[in-house]
Design a protein around this ligand. Structure first.
Ligand SMILES: Nc1ncnc2c1ncn2[C@@H]1O[C@H](COP(=O)(O)OP(=O)(O)OP(=O)(O)O)[C@@H](O)[C@H]1O
Ligand SMILES: Cc1cn([C@H]2C[C@H](O)[C@@H](COP(=O)(O)O)O2)c(=O)[nH]c1=O
Length: 216
């Protein structure tokens, strides 16, 4: 495995997806097809189908452990079919969410337990973790406010409509994961202007994956 695996994490509305869409434009110009951009849940046909089931707002009866298992199943397929082949081919893989999301949302948010969810994901991923995780730091209320203000209502999913208390437990979960992984986590202040967050993220990627940019 010669590539580099980098994930984006943070609470809903932190701006991860918008920032990802922006930073990949210059990065693609710099390193071309040595870049793979993907997301969870999703990233390939089977995992996107599982995403549809998980995030469908009509699926109100979904049990929390079913939800955790579906995220892990989508992740397994994504890892085997999409991420590992790209890493084996030496690519820089930028992934919007990964295991930390399950530990924060299902482990802390749903109250299943962060250790249990981490262990279940160790089975799904054979313990493969990213080299670095860029964490988009934002107070829960600001993130939720961004979503309710700007997001097209058809795109508001089953997790977005959870209570503020749920999202606060998720945030606390992320704080614990970050505290336990100081070498893996790099934090970006996501309350800044969009252009500043994009600039900080681009700088961070240049630093943590410097080997890709030297050669280009
Ligand atoms: N720095 C920023 N300042 C103000 N608004 C922002 C900023 N970054 C993103 N936004 C807006 O906030 C909203 C949420 O952004 P986005 O969907 O990228 O967040 P996200 O972290 O991917 O959320 P989710 O995990 O829920 O998908 C969007 O409408 C986006 O335009
Ligand atoms: C991977 C993963 C995601 N979630 C949650 C987080 C978000 O609310 C949605 C995904 O939607 P996004 O707009 O693409 O961020 O799902 C989760 O609860 N557990 C996970 O493992």
């Amino acid at each position: 495995m010669n590539g580099k695996f980098v994930t984006f994490e943070g609470p809903d509305g932190a701006g991860k997806t918008s920032v990802m869409n922006k930073v990949i434009v210059p990065i693609k110009q710099e390193i071309g097809n040595r870049l793979l951009v993907t997301r969870e849940p999703g990233g390939n046909k089977i995992s996107e189908e599982i995403r549809h089931v998980i995030l469908n707002r009509d699926n109100t009866e979904m049990d929390y452990r079913t939800e955790a298992l579906l995220y892990a199943a989508a992740r397994r397929q994504h890892l085997i079919e999409t991420i590992l082949p790209a890493l084996d081919a030496g690519k820089l893989v930028l992934c919007d969410r990964y295991v930390d999301s399950s530990v924060a949302y299902q482990g802390a948010g749903r109250g299943i337990g962060m250790d249990q969810v981490a262990r279940m994901n160790e089975f799904a991923t054979e313990a493969l973790l990213p080299a670095k995780t860029i964490y988009f730091d934002i107070p829960v209320e600001i993130g939720l406010n961004r979503i309710s203000k700007h997001r097209d209502s058809s795109k508001i999913d089953r997790l977005d409509v959870e209570t503020t208390a749920f999202h606060k437990r998720v945030h606390a979960g992320y704080m614990e994961i970050r505290k336990n992984n100081p070498d893996r986590f790099v934090t970006i202040d996501a309350t800044q202007s969009f252009s500043q967050v994009v600039a900080d993220t681009l700088d961070t990627i240049h630093q943590i994956a410097a080997e890709y940019f030297k050669e280009s």
